[in-house]
Design a protein around this ligand. Sequence first.
Ligand code: NAI
Length: 482
Amino acid sequence: VDKRQDFKVADISLAEFGRKEITLAEHEMPGLMAIRKEYAEAQPLAGARITGSLHMTVQTAVLIETLVALGAQVRWASCNIFSTQDHAAAAIAVGPDGTPDDPKGVPVFAWKGETLEEYWWCTEQALTWPDTPTGGPNMILDDGGDATLLVHKGVEYEKDGKVPGLETAESDEHRVILQLLHRTLGENPQKWTQLASEIRGVTEETTTGVHRLYEMQREGTLLFPAINVNDAVTKSKFDNKYGCRHSLIDGINRATDVLIGGKTAVVCGYGDVGKGCAESLRGQGARVIVTEIDPICALQAAMDGYQVTTLDEVIDKADIFVTTTGNKDIIMASDMAKMKHQAIVGNIGHFDNEIDMAGLAKIPGIVKDEVKPQVHTWTFPDGKVIIVLSEGRLLNLGNATGHPSFVMSNSFADQTLAQIELFTKPDAYPTGVYTLPKHLDEKVARLHLDALGVKLTTLRPEQAAYIGVEVEGPYKPDHYRY
Ligand code: NAI
């Protein structure tokens, strides 16, 4: 395959800008850079062919180049139609040693503003490896589980021409996936079956993708082992929380530039993401109201000083609404009809089904208008306007640039160590879903202390013995909640 054609990005000439931001990000990603140094000689990922499906941002570029530095070959797609930073994608395609005329980087298929057809085509390209025995990867690095889903649905389709869950083609997305599988069946009736046979495992980034994996494990349909990276403490208690604390208001500000102070903001869901979002809005001076279905999280929100009530109670009073649940049908069209003029509505959960965009479009007489990409006004027949961010998709990546480097260094160090675990110790992980061993979780945190000037206290041996741990850790039992 000609390297010049084995990628698709928006504008290859953005590579130089991308490279400059990647260089700045490297300094802010001490975990990844330390891992590069530690494993430079051992090359633990030599022989790994990793297909990645994860937001193609500057931070992800540093992850990709870390995997390459550890010996892996990589192909990449974004895991959301709006989340790619085009300059990062260009820089990855060109590579540190290439030029736009002579690209030498990683095959990447991602641009900001893909259609659904393009999105699934990109995912397929990332999973399709030229010149390999099975035509596929031997590892997947996933965020939200779409690459893993395509392989699993492909295998089911090739087995009996059916894909449970997709056959109804009830959404546009289902229709697009079915069409894609129908096409690949014509091209190679064993494409996905062959490809799946060589996959050693997947490492999954986010809450929603992890849900899908446990579901497949319960149903007995999971085809290969998986490491749940999300539930590493250094991932979900940092990226989901502190990452969203940074990038939620970044997205709202860039999209609307509305003053958040003094406004009433509703955060639906008070899990890790909701906690970060609520703090972020409160930090700007908003009055924050939380909705929850879980009494424990509701009590936590109350103890943290937030009013907790139902959406119904506040639907006509609040100025900003953010969904963070990973659940569906949180804000329905009938809810949006009751909102104040120029209320802002956005989602930061992984998929776009938290806000009923389809129902909104079906309201008779409603008019959608684009203010700028990823910011739309919806005018109701009575003249009332609401502002919807990123068409209901995750707004921190659609309207801003996602989480900043330092927090992603934690998540991506977890990803890298998880890839090494699954790739180098296949016998230790029979098909199933695992979390990272705690000593690796603690290692990732440790790699980020120096950069912040943290001085850690060292346990004395008698203290270690007294609390029943080793001096060098792990320091907590697996059930500890942090
Ligand atoms: P979580 O499970 O910790 O929190 C979700 C919370 O929503 C739970 O407390 C749950 O009880 C609550 N909830 C569920 N249904 C609800 C309803 N109908 N009304 C009100 N609350 C409800 O999950 P986490 O880790 O906070 O992730 C949430 C979503 O955000 C997932 O889709 C995840 O993949 C995504 N995510 C997005 C990120 C981003 O950068 N945009 C970063 C990390 C995660």
